[in-house]
Design a binder for this molecule. Sequence first.
Ligand code: UT7
Length: 332
Amino acid sequence: MIQASRNVGIVGTGSYVPEKVVTNFDLEKMVETSDEWIKTRTGIEQRRIAEENMPTSEIAYIAGKRAIEDAGLTPEDIDLIIVATITPDMYSPSTACRVQAKLGASKAAAFDVNAACTGLIYGLTVASQFILTGYYKNALVIGADELSRILEWTDRNTCVLFGDGAGAVVLQAVDNGYGILSTNLGADGSMGDVLTIPSCYIPEHEKEKRKPENYRTIWMDGSEVFKFAVRVMANATNRALDDLNLDINDVNLIVPHQANIRIIEGAAKRLGVSVNKIYSNIHRYGNMSAASIAVALDEAVKEGRINKGDLIVLVGFGGGLTWGSAIVRWSK
Ligand code: UT7
């Protein structure tokens, strides 16, 4: 929506990716694919996969702890924890509650949001409203997913695309003119069937797409998602900039959801910007769903690609279908 949070800023970032690396060459041994196909069609060279004993809450906890430290705070300072995920450890308790316990953030309220790969943008938009009203002072928003747990590892259409990871941001009031200047969220539930992961209720048409041994795997119509993604990434960015009477030339860096390098290039073309203005780490991690923007943001900050006063665009799309963007004047 419009200029929802004029002086709420990102004051800390953190991330964590599992240690185990799975390369395209490893996947060549599992399904009929090739390093060449994966690299040219997606830009992905390798991805990280979590060990069995490292569920989403654990990697989310590590990323969250790092973001809190980066903000110069302690877990007791945190008033609200939102975890964006579509791969929760359990239906209940929420992953956010499990993270709250691990952190010892005893004063924090905690809940999950489900907006798939757009989850971080949804989460930070929701959290920033609480700070804007003065209801809360410090909020931790984490994007964390382990898609590896719900992949059909014999389906080359999906298993080569995803990886596991977690990224986090701490939000706090900042000086006027800095922080999240505007956000733009959207959803089109009528297109939901193009990317699905069944859980409690499994309709017949979803069963038909999957192996009977496991109906709870990810399925998608890749080319439909691709077309949607290029369109909404550009539109969501332009809408959020329009709300501020800014244009793409004012932007220092775009940090997009990392799903496919060709989607990023397509969106750059539509926006009329050079790909050099867009941060990408997809070659290292693949698509980490809700974690992808948060990990990319943390790495861009640590690499010195983002400095105080820079105008940053965070933009993503995902299951739902959903999309979202945030325009941020960096305040650190
Ligand atoms: O975060 C949101 C989640 N999803 C996405 O972001 C996915 C968005 N979509 C995409 O990234 C792309 O559509 C894909 C990477 C999934 C596919 O790329 P594409 O250029 O749209 O390829 P395609 O679907 O048109 O398939 C081309 C061919 C097909 O073979 P036929 O039917 O032409 O003989 C596929 O079976 O490539 C085949 N193929 C593969 N071949 C080797 C599909 N996956 C693979 C594979 N290795 N891993």
